[in-house]
Design a protein around this ligand. Structure first.
Ligand code: PMT
Length: 400
C-alpha cells in the first residue's frame, strides 16, 4: 500500500527546493499531494508541483473548481504524514498556536497523522526567542523537526536558517516509515473506547472515553506491519483501513469479542474504559419518573484484562492501562501484578494533555522491574512506544 504524504509549502526562497523533494518522493513508493500558502505561489507555480506529484495542487481554500468544500479536512484524513517544507517563521507560529487561515494551516490543524516541520528562514528570525519558543512548542506537540543548516543565506547573512538538504529531508521522511517492518508477522489485539451499559431502551451508563488512545495504538501497530484486531466500544471514529475492527456495545459484548481473538494474539493491549458494573436488570420499557429518587442495582462486569492475564499463553505479552486520579504508582503496580500483565500504562485524569478525548497522553510506563515516566506525546507516538517495549520484553525473554 502506497503511503500518503501531504507536502505543505510556505512562502520563502527555499520553496524551490520543495520541488526536488516532491520529485524524489514521487519516484519512491509514496503518493504526494502538495498544498501551498498564497505567498508560496509567488515563488513557485502550483503547476510545477502538479506535474511533479501527478496530483492537483491546493492553494486557494475558496477555489470554486475544488469539488469538495471541505477538501482541507479530506486531505488531513488522507495523509499518513504531513510535512511543511519549507516552514517559514510565520507558518511555524501559526501551526503551534492553532491558527488556520489557508490550505496548509487548516489541513495541518485537522491532521492527526505524523507531522514534520522543516524550518527555513533568516538567521535573526530563526534565533529570535519567539521562534525558538515556537520550535520548543512544536517538539512538545510531537512534531518532528528537521533542523535547518548553517551557511550563507539568500539574504547574504551567514548563520543557521538554511533549509536542510533535500537528501536529509527525504531520508527523514523515509525514516518515519521504516519502523513499519518491526511487527511483520505479529498479531496484535487491542481494545478501545467506552462500553455502554443499558438501563432501559432509552438510557445507558457510559464514560468519557473517545477511543482515540486504542485507535492510535491500532494505527501504529498496522503501520509497523502487524495484523491488527481492534475491539471497539461506541465511538465517533471511522474504521481504520487494513485493521479488523469489531464493534461492540457493552462490557459483556467486549468480553466475548476479546475471547474470540485472545488465543491467536501475540500482543494484547487493553486501553478500553470498560464499565466495572452494569444494571442488574435492563427494563424492556422506558422507566417512568414516578418516584423522587431511583435506585438501580448494579452487578459486576467481567474483568477482561484479569481474564486475559489468567489465561495468558506462552509467548503472549499483555499490556494493560490504568486511569487513576490518585496514588498512581501504587494502583498501577497493583493492577500490573494482580492482572498478570507484562506492562501497564498509567495515566492521571487530572494531568493536562492526558487521558480522555485529547490527542496526546502523559503516562508512566510500568514493567515488572522498571518504571519510566514518559513526556507528553501524541497517542500514536505512545502506541509506537508501547509496541516497541512489548517487543523488547519478548526479545529479552527469548535471550534468557
Ligand atoms: O479513549 P480515550 O479518550 O483516548 O482515553 C484513553 C483512556 C483514558 C481511556 C486510556 O488511556 C485508559 O486509561 N484506559 C483504561 C481506562 C480504565 O478503565 O482504567 P482502569 O484503571 O479502570 O482499568 C484497568 C485496566 O483493566 C484497563 O486496561 C481496563 O481496560 C481493564 N478493565 C477494567 C475493567 C473491566 N471490567 N475490564 C477490564 O478489562
Amino acid at each position: 500500500m502506497k503511503k500518503h504524504i501531504c507536502i505543505g509549502v510556505s512562502g520563502g526562497i527555499a520553496a524551490y527546493k520543495a520541488c526536488d523533494i516532491v520529485s524524489k518522493l514521487s519516484k519512491k513508493d509514496y503518493e504526494i499531494k502538495v498544498l501551498m500558502t498564497k505567498h508560496a505561489t509567488e515563488f513557485v507555480a502550483p503547476l510545477t508541483f502538479e506535474t511533479l506529484s501527478h496530483n492537483p495542487c491546493y492553494s486557494d481554500l475558496f477555489d470554486s473548481n475544488i469539488e469538495d468544500p471541505i477538501e482541507h479536512v479530506e486531505l488531513a484524513r488522507w495523509a499518513d504524514l504531513f510535512v511543511i517544507v519549507p516552514c517559514s517563521a510565520n507558518v511555524l507560529a501559526k501551526v503551534v498556536h492553532g491558527l488556520a487561515d489557508d490550505f496548509v494551516t487548516t489541513s495541518f490543524l485537522a491532521c492527526h497523522s505524523k507531522k514534520m516541520i522543516c524550518p527555513a528562514m533568516n538567521v535573526h528570525m530563526y534565533e529570535n526567542e519567539v521562534t525558538q519558543q515556537n520550535l520548543k512548542k512544536a517538539k512538545e506537540l510531537g512534531y518532528m523537526i528537521v533542523e535547518p543548516e548553517t551557511g550563507m543565506l539568500a539574504c547574504n547573512d551567514v548563520g543557521k536558517g538554511k533549509l536542510a538538504s533535500v537528501d536529509t529531508i527525504v531520508d527523514a521522511i523515509d525514516a518515519c516509515f521504516e519502523q513499519e517492518k518491526k511487527l511483520t508477522g505479529k498479531k496484535v489485539l487491542i481494545n478501545a473506547g467506552p462500553t455502554q451499559e443499558d438501563i432501559d431502551p432509552v438510557r445507558f451508563i457510559t464514560n468519557h472515553s473517545s477511543g482515540k488512545q486504542g485507535y492510535a495504538i491500532a494505527k501504529a501497530a498496522r503501520d509497523m506491519g502487524a495484523n491488527v484486531t481492534l475491539v471497539m466500544g461506541p465511538t465517533q471514529l471511522d474504521d481504520l483501513e487494513h485493521v479488523n475492527t469489531v464493534h461492540v456495545k457493552s462490557a459483556n459484548d467486549m468480553f466475548e469479542a476479546m475471547k474470540d481473538h485472545l488465543n491467536e494474539a501475540d500482543y494484547v493491549i487493553m486501553s478500553a474504559a470498560v464499565a466495572d458494573y452494569r444494571p442488574e436488570i435492563v427494563s424492556d420499557q422506558k422507566l417512568k419518573k414516578d418516584d423522587e429518587t431511583m435506585t438501580i442495582k448494579m452487578v459486576k462486569n467481567p474483568d477482561i484484562l484479569a481474564y486475559a492475564g489468567a489465561h495468558k499463553r506462552e509467548n503472549q505479552y499483555i499490556c494493560g492501562f490504568a486511569m487513576e486520579t490518585e496514588n498512581l504508582e501504587q494502583n498501577a503496580y497493583k493492577k500490573l501484578v494482580n492482572k498478570n500483565c507484562d506492562m501497564l500504562i498509567a495515566n492521571n485524569l487530572f494531568t493536562n494533555g492526558a487521558g480522555f478525548n485529547v490527542d496526546t497522553n502523559v503516562v508512566t510506563l510500568f514493567k515488572k522491574d522498571e518504571k519510566i515516566c514518559l513526556p507528553k506525546m501524541t497517542k500514536e507516538q505512545l502506541g509506537v512506544k508501547i509496541l516497541e517495549t512489548l517487543k523488547e520484553i519478548e526479545e529479552g525473554n527469548k535471550s534468557c
